[in-house]
Ligand binder design. Sequence first.
Ligand SMILES: [Zn+2]
Length: 880
Amino acid sequence: MRPFPLVSTLALAAGLALSGCATTQSAAPATPAAAQAQVPSQLPRNVRPLSYSISAAPDAANLRFSGSVAIEIEVLEATDTITLNAADLTFASVTLDGDRRARVSTDAAAQTATFRFEAPIAPGRHRLNIDYAGVINTQAAGLFALDYATETGQRRALFTQFQAPDARRFVPSWDEPNFRTPYDLAVVVPAGQQAISNMPEAGREAQPDGSSVVRFQTSPAMSSYLLFLAVGEFDRITTTAAGTEIGVVTRRGAGEQGRWALESSARIVPWFNDYFGTPYPLPKLDNIAGPGSSQFFAAMENWGAIFSFENILLVDPAITTEARRQAIFSVAAHEIAHQWFGNLVTMSWWDDIWLNEGFASWMATNATAALHPEWEPLLGRVDGRETAMRLDSLATTHPVVQRIQTVEQMSQAFDAITYQKGEAVITMLEDYVGADAWRRGVQAYMARHRLGNTQSDDLWRAIEEASGRPVRALAQDFTMQPGIPLIRVEGGACSGGQTRVTLRQGQFSRDNPNAQPLAWRVPVIASAGARELRTIVEGGSAQASVPGCGPLVVNYGQAGYYRTLYAAPLVARLTENFARLRPLDQIGLVADNWALGLAGYQSPAVALDMADAAPADANSKLWERIAGMLSAVHAMYEADPARQARFDRYAAERLAPILGRLGWSPRPNERANDAVLRDEIIGIMGFLRDPAVVAEANRRFDANDPSVIAGPLRQTILGIVAYNADAARWERLRAMARDERNPLVKGELYQLLGGARDPALAQRALDLALTAEPGATNSSQLIGAVSAVHPDLAFDFALARREQVEAFVDVSSRSRYLSGLASGSADPAMIEKLNAYAARYLTPESRRPADRAIAAIQDRVRVRRERLPEITRWLEARRG
Ligand SMILES: [Zn+2]
């Protein structure tokens, strides 16, 4: 799965994520995987499923369905009850072996149904037949509907989303990943519609009313969360790659917009065949586009039938930016990586979801680097590391491997610790053992556990066997305990061609810097211009001699998951030589020193000086990071317009030459990343309210300039117009949204309406979200967009209408949603509001997102109070 649809440039510029993508776990201790002798389960272990044969008859118009399922089971010990998962299902009849009827009771809180028989069932194989009915949801959980407009009227298509715990909304089942079985699926499909599932169609029977019953081929043994079904009026375009049929499925008429994803997938599948050493195991692989959105995921790796929301799958030349085109490739690569790592080999329990997600994220970056080196995706790994560290540096963080026992915890597990820290740790470990040994280990792991379930240690064992290095011990340090190592670098005298330093280990923390630090075995790579030094720093301090006498870079290549704090003379030398460092290290150094400056380990001036030393023709990814940093400082000065204006003049002085070099229009044969940077710089200058940029965006909008109607800058220009809008322009945007037929464009336009800086217009957007106008899945995005600019307004509004607003949010994500709206606030009063909200509506377990939001707000308040004055002094000193 890929969480969080992409955040708008302006929201990013504001330094705010739309959702509360922060982390968990205040008190619960880590559970070493070694201690899990048994795979956790929330169901009795006396019965296990062997196969399912499901028939579903959706009644789309009335948002309900009926189903029947025959489950082959094995009873392991005599029992008169069978308990399995079921949520929002009603039961018409339950029989065992044809004639033994059961009494049914359900437990809504535990999401289970229990079938009670009059006499005990003997151990052995039996057949359970269940007739039941369920609901079709309007948010992405279980079987759900997405509505959209066409030239000839409204349409409704049906899709499923089962990860993590929602297959039980579609079929009564042992809905845990360790229960792997084959699935047979049949569905009643209305005339003129198609159905897609994991496997190709096996047969079709016409019914007297014009509908058909479509049966799919039997799936391989797989976990319930990977089952998929879609029914609607679809186009399907296909190609073949390495013997596999690759398809993209869209609403009818949009098929060609799937061409980029289709061609990309056709390149990605053979690359993974080769990497994993095991060919893609199903006869076909579809990627199905859903018209709509979810607050909390973008795409899902159902086996053979990936589901993606349209905005991360379809390319519409009229609106798709270069950044989005690249993201479509990388999300497809992520979901395709899961077809092996996740689907062919699956974690036994959700505790190890990180391995699934961290690995898929890491593989996606690698596949992208191999197939599109010109996008320089490896430079983006610093962004992932920073996203993870933002959460991992607060006391509310949690270990990568965490105990998951409840549905609530499952839903909270999909966070940046799972994804980005997971990817960062895997990057570091691969770098430690070497790419070849790592790959041999992964191939052995795939071969050994094919069609099976595993724990993290199974992977470490395979990598250790392939590499002969103690990767498990290192991995456990970084996955079983939370937080970030800090390596202090002192000394630096050079003699005999060696730079001598002391490396001292501590822990980097933003809110508890004086706590007793944890200890890690940290693989460190250092370079002083000659051969690099590789060593392990194991807690305490170590002396090191780094070959060469050049500027010393520790975490050379930026693969390490730690922060580096240099003694002042060492960092000064890096700044002097900044323009000559490699782009990856430039980006990593700016990010690291900025975080250290904001946390109070050193002055923020260190990072500002580095950024100041970046030449105008530096790597575009470095400029994206610097521009992000400048916009973050702009946001910090929110309460001080005079100083903000002064800072903005400095920011414009840095950014305007970049925009001058790139221009507003694409040049022939320009680098793809220049197009991405143009978009970013214009977006951020619009957020900084640069008069020239805002005027140009408004001019284009008012004149109906072609670049506003179509083209790669359209979203950015409209974003600037929306952010700086007056009532007239805002209403014009709203009319565009209302009149738009394309659901993809419509969703993005409604989201833009939430981005207005003027509080009165933000209020208008909130009111609009409660009407039917934006559409069922756009309202939560619209409120989320308001929260990126006005978190307090959005939170107060949503809390006052809590039930009404929560109806717009996926059921398993509701406890995160409201806290997420508040998490961008810089108002200390919000902390009390969140506490009051959590006390009233959340349980100790579901309040973790609220605690994370509170920690983020406290940190923001601290930075503005304690660190901003130093930034002001730096600015004043620089201006002389
Ligand atoms: Zn994923």
